[in-house]
Structures are given as C-alpha cells and as structure tokens.
Write a protein that binds this ligand. Structure first.
Ligand SMILES: Nc1ncnc2c1ncn2[C@@H]1O[C@H](COP(=O)(O)OP(=O)(O)O)[C@@H](O)[C@H]1O
Ligand SMILES: [Mg+2]
Length: 264
C-alpha cells in the first residue's frame, strides 16, 4: 500500500501558542518500499508518523494511502491497515499482561477469530517460540519485548508498518537483529514501511530512500546509496552525517551493524 503526503502541516496549540511541529511535509513511498525519516530529537519525525497513522486531529494537507485520501475519521478497516511500533517496548506493553493477552487483544477488538492460531503464528513470525507466550514483559529481554511489539502490529495483517525509533532503546547487536527481522518481514509480506530514527546508520540499513528533517521541515530527500557515497548537498544533512560519524567510518556502532547482513 503506497503512502503519499502532500504538504502536511501539523500544529500543536492554538492562537498565539500555535506551534507547527511539521510544516509542508511532502513525501511518497511506493508499495513495498522502506522510507526513512531522519533528524534530531524534536524535528517533527514522530509527528509525521502520527499524521500517517491518523492519530492527529488537526492536520492540514493530504494523507493518501493506496490512492485513497484519508478523512478525519478513519474506518476500522483503514485503521487496521496501518500499524505502528514504538521505541520503548517496555512502555508500550502492558506490564500485567502476558504476551498471549497482548497479542489476543487486537484480534478480539477487530473480531478476526482464530485467536489461538493467529497468536502462535505471529510469535513464530518474529522468532519467538511457544515458551514465550505466557510470559510477562519483565520476563523478556529488550529485544524480545520489541519482537512482541512487532508481532502485535503484524497480527492485524497491516499493509503499512510505521516504525518510531524501533531500535533506539536496544543494544547495538540487538538493534541489528531487529533490523534484520524488519527487513525480512517487509520482503515476505510486501509491507510498506516508514521508519523514523535519529540514527542515520539505522535508517540507511533498512531504507532505500531517506528524508532529512530539521525544525519540522524536510530539508533534503536522498538515498542510502548517496549518503554512503558522501553525495550530500544540503548543509544540514552534511552536519547530521558528520555527527553520526559518517556512514563509511570505521569503528563504533556502524561497524557492528555492518557485520550483520541486513539486506538481500
Ligand atoms: N502533543 C504535543 N503538544 C505540544 N507540542 C508537541 C506535542 N508533541 C510534540 N510536540 C513538539 O513538537 C515538536 C516535534 O516533536 P516530535 O514530532 O515528537 O519530534 P521528534 O519525533 O523528531 O523528536 C517538538 O518541539 C515537540 O516538543
Ligand atoms: Mg520522536
């Protein structure tokens, strides 16, 4: 399912207190592609994701999914098609619910039936076995919790997966495992992905096309290949690339990510 944003502006507050967290954001992601939004904290990345998910009441511009312009109130079917995964799986999973309960809930809400089979299949899909099914979040590692959060999104069979800093709370080696998983899921399910991160290396490993955000606006749209080649025009992007240690630097985080084959 394709994603097109046309001059989306999202503001918080009203009147003199009005603040545009995203301004005139336009982008387009073809069916099955992975698109990355990168930028510093506060640049408006999560706000853009919320607009795509329909979680924002006051947005200007157009959100077009699969050729359909979204209206203020989405239908149940439209909501099911777009699922989101957040940064902090510990915060987004209910501490008093087992994995089984967490995964069964959306199946019940959307009246999909076959909860038992769907839960088992979703766990298998994210590389968790039946032994994890009746555990509570505190009995899982950070990476396992994020796998549960991904399974919870997948269980509704969405066409679009929105990922908000999905690996930022994880150790570097676990980050790579989760990026691998996402890459495989995109391929196997033909999912369209829109991922947000402050980390260029993380974005570049999953996404072919990348938009750089600064102060609520997209300042440059480029490709992972162009960034890796240092082919950067915008001064802000250049600065971001430098502060992310560059994509071709040796040592540190990037090497570890490079050690794990993500694509292909
Ligand atoms: N609900 C809100 N009310 C008011 N301001 C908000 C709200 N959510 C985010 N903001 C502000 O909007 C800007 C962009 O936030 P956000 O989209 O979360 O950025 P990012 O995800 O890039 O860190 C920030 O300045 C933030 O403080
Ligand atoms: Mg954010």
């Amino acid at each position: 399912m394709s994603i097109v944003l046309e001059q989306v502006t999202v503001s918080y507050g009203r009147g003199a207190r009005r603040f545009d967290a995203a301004r005139d954001v336009s982008l387009s992601v073809a069916q099955g592609d992975a698109f990355g939004l990168v930028g510093e904290s506060g640049s408006g990345k999560s706000t853009v994701l919320r607009a795509v998910a329909g979680l924002i009441a006051h947005a200007e511009g157009k959100v077009v999914l699969d050729g359909q312009t979204m209206t203020r109130r989405r239908t149940t079917a439209q909501r099911k098609m777009v699922q989101m995964v957040f940064q902090d799986p510990y915060g987004s999973l209910h501490p008093n619910q087992t994995v089984d309960q967490t995964l069964s809930m959306p199946v019940a809400i959307h009246k999909l039936g076959n909860a038992d089979r769907r839960v088992a299949a979703a766990l298998d899909e994210v590389g968790l076995g039946p032994t994890h099914r009746f555990r509570y979040p505190h009995q899982l590692s950070g990476g396992q919790r994020q796998r549960v959060a991904i399974a919870r999104a997948l269980i509704l069979e969405p066409r679009i997966l929105l990922l908000d800093e999905p690996t930022s709370a994880l150790d570097v080696s676990v980050q790579a495992e989760i990026l691998n998983l996402l890459s495989r899921l995109r391929r196997e399910h033909g999912l369209t992905m829109l991922m947000v991160s402050h980390d260029l290396a993380v974005i570049a490993h999953l996404c072919d096309r990348i938009a750089v955000m600064n102060g609520g606006e997209i300042v440059e749209t480029t490709t992972a290949d162009a960034l890796a080649a240092g082919d950067v025009n915008n001064p802000y992007t250049r600065q971001l690339l430098r502060s992310n240690k560059g994509l071709d630097s040796s040592g540190g985080e990037l090497d570890l990510l490079d050690a794990v084959p993500i694509r292909g």
